[in-house]
Write a protein that binds this ligand. Sequence first.
Ligand SMILES: [Zn+2]
Length: 83
Amino acid sequence: MRYRQGPPQMGPPRPPRKCFYCFEIDHLFLFCPKKTEDEKKGLILVDKFMVRFANGEPIPIEHNMSIKDCIRKHFPLSIAVMI
Ligand SMILES: [Zn+2]
C-alpha cells in the first residue's frame, strides 16, 4: 500500500536509475547484459566502472548517447571483430 505524502510538486523528480551502458532502465551498469555481451565478444575491457576498447583506447562518450552506441560509432578498425 502506498500513500502520497503531500502535493506531488514537492521535491525534485527522481531521475530514473538507468543503465549508462545501454540506457535501459531495468538494470544498472554493473549488471548490464549488453556490457557482458560486448565483453565476451572481445570488443571492450571492463574494470568495475571503467570501460575501454579491447585495445586499451578510451571510448569517446557523446552527449545523449549510451556507451554501447558510442562503441559502435567509434569502434577502432584495429580490432578486427564483427559487431
Ligand atoms: Zn545496460
